[in-house]
Design a binder for this molecule. Structure first.
Ligand code: ATP
Ligand code: MG
Length: 585
């Protein structure tokens, strides 16, 4: 099956797209003009929180809802820009009173509660570094990240503190204060956030941070190994803002929902900073994925721009397009996805369920923002990640043995995806791992570690992570292609593909498949799926073996951990599994 290009008809646009003419906009782009989308601190300097919150109040938009919070119990609370400004000022005052100074690390370990968003902005205002952790991490991953990051302050809840921090707290002397979100008396050694906030002023003079001052510390997903702490600076807000405009097509009238948790870079860059900087209303849902709940949020909150991830989309596909079709989702105008390759089947499914395709985009914790995207006004090629954002130069390169790289101009040739270094949200280091950081660069390129190709129209196609690519009988096989073909079979909900050693071919392809509800994992279905894959992919590329699994091992941010499938298959050590979501073997 091949997937047709999805062309856009200007008559269908509910709003004129921000990036209407890709060629013109990329050709005319320069960073100096682009930086006019920011205000800068009134006294000089740059601070993410000022751009995200306070400037809107100064522009007379203080009464607009910045954040609409939906609790697990269906409570709905609005926080306007002026309220967010005042609350984050209070938080910044609390930090100042606790002696937190510029560059200190403020960690958060909590669910998507309003205090998390207030703390993010307050921390940045105080000149400190915001380091969000995912609440579902176990004690060890929490500890190791806080150790690497030299946490000075932690914001968490009483129960998370008791379970995940108290047992080892005395071993981390840098951690001076723990603030608890819960009402009531705090645990020994902790402080009540509410009590401190009540005493704090709603006025705060934002520290005059500079563009290159450290602002954010994000840990990578740990898909390929031990997570790394990526350093980002205040200047990143320029790219968050621009990419929010271009890649997510955000307009001030939008109600926007990013489903990612701020514990992952997406949930901060696009779940806090970009939408706020662009002055939109963003919805935050405290609860975890549930198909019915998600549709009901899309409908009742009248979401217009929705940014989610392939795993969630595949789960919605599993639940059936009818669930979407039974809702009034007429306000939804732009759908985007990131985090993993988005199978063409899923892009096209968007058309059936929502009348619009999902727009895949590609980036990493290290890039800080969206680098390659399918844009609202541009043709979508299902299975392609799209084209580089204005201001971003991407290329396919080959590493040479002498450490240099050469870029290839041949359409369709597979190589490493590289970006010309120097964009504002590029990471400025891996904390305490300078050598590892330097190894990511050669000849002015940032080397992503992902393999891809670029076609004659400049669209990029993901092949796989360099570590996941399978070498079989002289062919390079990208797991994504095989997984996408498997997903086209109506019984397949998810697929993870690895290479296993083979005396003849070097490696052969093995697939792990999870079925949609109502399908029995029997031998005849296994053979049918093998046959389907062989027909689609040919004998060399198609899996030699398929095994059924209830679930595939994934990171908590929803990425299939192929390295774990492989380690288990070959009886090798599992490596760092701190980000593994519980799975069934
Ligand atoms: P680690 O670096 O610790 O192994 P990770 O690479 O999964 O973890 P992230 O920075 O969260 O950590 O993820 C970035 C990676 O996710 C990319 O390098 C790429 O492999 C994958 N990815 C993200 N978006 C896409 C996409 N649209 N298509 C294909 N792959 C994607
Ligand atoms: Mg990575």
């Amino acid at each position: 099956m091949s997937f047709d290009a999805i062309r856009k008809d200007p008559a269908d646009f509910a709003m004129p797209p921000n990036l209407d003419d890709y060629e013109r906009c990329t050709a005319d782009f320069d960073w100096e003009s682009a930086s006019r989308c920011l205000d800068g601190l009134p006294g000089g300097g740059l601070n993410i929180a000022y751009e995200a919150v306070d400037r809107h109040v100064h522009h007379g938009k203080g009464d607009k809802v910045a954040l609409r919070w939906l609790s697990k119990t269906d409570e709905c609370r609005d926080c306007t820009y002026v309220q967010l400004m005042e609350a984050s000022n209070r938080f910044a005052n609390v930090l100042a009173r606790l002696g937190v100074s510029k560059g200190d690390r403020v960690f958060t370990l909590c669910g998507r509660q309003p205090q998390l968003y207030i703390a993010a902005m307050g921390t940045l205002k105080a000149g400190a570094v915001f380091a969000p952790l995912f609440a579902a991490f176990g004690p060890e991953p929490v500890r190791s990240r806080m150790e690497i990051g030299e946490a000075r302050v932690l914001l968490t809840t009483a129960s998370l503190y008791r379970k995940k921090v108290a047992p080892w707290r005395h071993e981390l002397p840098s951690l001076q204060q723990v603030l608890l979100i819960d009402d009531g008396d705090p645990a020994p050694g902790c402080l009540s956030l509410a009590a401190l906030m009540a005493q704090a002023s709603t006025e705060f003079a934002i520290l005059p941070t500079q563009a290159e001052d450290m602002a954010l510390l994000h840990f990578t997903s740990g898909t390929t190994g031990k997570p790394k702490g990526a350093i980002h600076v205040h200047q990143a807000v320029l790219f968050h803002t621009l990419s929010g405009l271009y890649a997510l097509d955000l307009h001030p009238q939008d109600t926007y929902w990013c489903t990612a948790d701020p514990g992952w870079v997406t949930g901060t860059s696009y779940g806090i900073i970009a939408p706020l900087s662009l002055g939109v209303t963003m919805v935050v849902d405290e609860a975890e994925f549930d198909a019915q709940r998600w549709y009901s949020i899309l409908e009742s909150q009248r979401i217009s721009v929705w940014y989610t991830a392939p795993t969630a989309i595949r789960m919605l596909m599993k639940a059936g397009a009818e669930l979407a079709q039974s809702r009034d989702l007429s306000t939804l105008r732009f759908l985007a996805s990131v985090g993993e390759p988005l199978n063409p089947e899923a892009v096209v499914w968007g058309q059936a369920a929502f009348g619009k395709p999902f727009h895949d985009n590609w980036w990493q914790t290290e890039t800080g923002g969206i680098m390659i995207a399918n844009f609202a006004a541009q043709t979508v090629l299902p299975g392609s990640m799209g084209r580089p954002l204005p201001g971003i130069t991407a290329a396919i390169v080959k590493r040479q043995e002498d450490g240099h790289v050469t870029s290839t101009s041949a359409a369709g040739e597979v190589g490493e995806l590289a970006l010309r270094s120097g964009w504002p949200s590029m990471f400025r280091g891996y904390l305490h791992e300078q050598a590892r950081y330097e190894k990511c660069f050669a000849d002015g390129w940032y080397l992503s570690g992902d393999l891809a190709s670029c076609d004659a129209q400049g669209y990029f196609w993901f092949v796989g992570r360099a570590d996941d690519v399978i070498k079989s009988a002289g062919h390079l096989i990208g797991p994504f292609e095989v997984e996408s073909a498997l997903l086209e079979h109506p019984a397949v909900a998810e697929a993870g593909v690895i290479g296993i050693p083979d005396p003849m071919s070097g490696e052969v392809v093995k697939a792990f498949v999870a079925l949609k509800p109502g399908h029995d994992p029997n031998e005849s279905l296994r053979r049918e799926i093998l046959g389907h894959a062989r027909k689609r992919l040919g004998a060399v590329v198609s899996p030699k073996e398929i095994v059924f699994r209830e679930n595939l091992p994934k990171t908590r941010s929803g990425k299939i951990m192929r390295r774990l499938l492989k380690a288990r298959e070959l009886g090798l050590p599992e490596g760092d599994i701190s980000t593994l979501e519980s799975d069934e073997r």
